[in-house]
Design a binder for this molecule. Structure first.
Ligand code: HEM
Ligand SMILES: *[C@@H]1O[C@H](CO)[C@@H](O)[C@H](O)[C@H]1NC(C)=O
Ligand SMILES: *[C@@H]1O[C@H](CO)[C@@H](O)[C@H](O)[C@H]1NC(C)=O
Length: 340
């Protein structure tokens, strides 16, 4: 065996028997075991997994390529919670911060590492989800992020794209990141109906969000739209105005539609954009790649579908270059979406 081949095949067996490429990653297995059992309720794709992903975004996006607005994926949202949790865009994030705090205190990880690790593990609990990358070694944050780095659902497409561009993300990457809303629900947009999902399958990392955001019709049975909310024809579902607008804007409509029923494309583009997001503001030369600690998610074998009782005419096809793909409708009468 050549020296190069020996390097490529180097493996370390951790005390618990797991095999990884870098021994520094062994320290993550006890954390993995603890958070799967005690943070994610035995490894499910529920509210805590969803919120862990949202937290990873809100921590990391406090970053700019040109201005000093924050250190990116540095854990500042937890360490400087007094400042950052007061920002309007972080409404509801206090729940998951308070839930994660005792885990961060117990384990020997920086807050920045813990947040990104928990997000990758949380996503791995969702069938169809990508196996996200994880790198270890973020130092403690030095300061709170500035306000207005996290986009709001009532922001227009121009300002959302500009904010992401400022942090280093192109429009295709923005749309890729919004696959996250496949495993999402809102507590704060309309506080009278907490846990209202953005698609009919919030426990599965599938492409259904890219279908349902394009449905026509507004028969939402809630109390009426709040800032940033658009009604959905599906009972029990809520749509964010930002998702609704990005799905229809000429700059992003074809990028949006391209995800419909394209599970592999959606998850690989999401994983690539998340790899970038998770190390924003970090010197990656100082980080150790511990991606092999992240569990391999269950695959998703279904396909995208239209809600029962609807046809392609109910889709507001907004991409002018390609026709909306042909999808089958669910059988039976219209059903409602259960809260998370
Ligand atoms: C245009 C950009 C975005 C806007 C305006 C936005 C806005 C929102 C809002 C308003 C909520 C509901 C919060 C609540 O009321 O409880 C939410 C939930 C969520 N967002 Fe986003 N978001 C954006 C991008 C992202 C990105 C890039 C990610 C991750 C990569 C993400 C992940 C999530 C997740 C997982 C949830 C569900 C949280 C839960 O169910 O507990 N979002 N988002
Ligand atoms: C905590 O982690 C650091 C590396 O981040 C390591 O040097 C140190 O030995 C660890 N301490 C304990 C008690 O495991
Ligand atoms: C988008 O929002 C920004 C910030 O509120 C505002 O300055 C701008 O005029 C808006 N653009 C459009 C096209 O509405």
């Amino acid at each position: 065996m050549t020296v190069l081949a020996a390097t490529l095949t180097r493996r370390v067996t951790c005390p618990g028997g797991n095999v990884v490429r870098n021994g520094a990653c062994c320290a993550l297995f006890p954390v993995l075991q603890d958070i799967q059992a005690n943070l994610f309720d035995g490894g499910i794709c529920g509210e805590d997994a969803h919120s862990a992903l949202r937290l990873a975004f809100h921590d990391a996006i406090g970053f700019s390529r040109t201005r000093n607005v924050g250190g990116g994926a540095d854990g500042s949202i937890v360490v400087f919670a007094d400042t950052e949790l007061a920002f309007h865009a972080n409404a509801g994030i206090d729940d998951i911060v308070n839930t994660q705090l005792p885990f961060i205190a117990k384990h020997n990880l920086s807050a920045g590492d813990f947040i990104q690790f928990a997000a990758a593990v949380g996503v791995s609990n969702c069938a169809g989800g990508p196996r996200l990358k994880f790198s270890l070694g973020r130092p403690p944050p030095v300061a709170a992020a500035a306000d207005l780095t996290v986009p709001e659902p009532f922001d227009n497409v121009t300002s959302i794209l500009a904010r992401f561009q400022d942090a280093g993300f192109s429009p295709p990457e923005v749309v890729a990141l919004l696959a996250s809303h496949s495993i999402a629900a809102a507590d704060e947009v309309d506080p009278t109906i907490p846990g209202t999902p953005f698609d009919s399958t919030p426990g599965t990392f599938d492409t259904q969000i890219f279908v349902e955001i394009l449905l026509k019709g507004t028969s939402f049975p809630g109390t009426g739209p709040n800032p940033g909310e658009v009604e959905s024809p599906l009972r029990g579902e809520m749509r964010l105005q930002s998702d609704f607008a990005i799905a229809r804007d000429p700059r992003t409509a074809c990028l949006w539609q391209a995800n419909v029923n394209q599970e592999g494309l959606m998850t690989s583009a999401f994983a690539a954009a998340m790899a970038k997001l998770s190390v924003l503001g970090q010197n990656t030369k100082n980080l150790v790649d511990c991606s092999d600690v992240i569990p391999i998610p269950k695959s998703f074998t279904g396909s995208a579908h239209l809600p029962a009782g609807s046809t392609l005419k109910d889709i507001e096809a907004s991409c002018k270059l390609f026709p909306f793909p042909t999808l089958k409708a669910d059988p039976g009468p219209a059903t409602s979406v259960a809260p998370v």
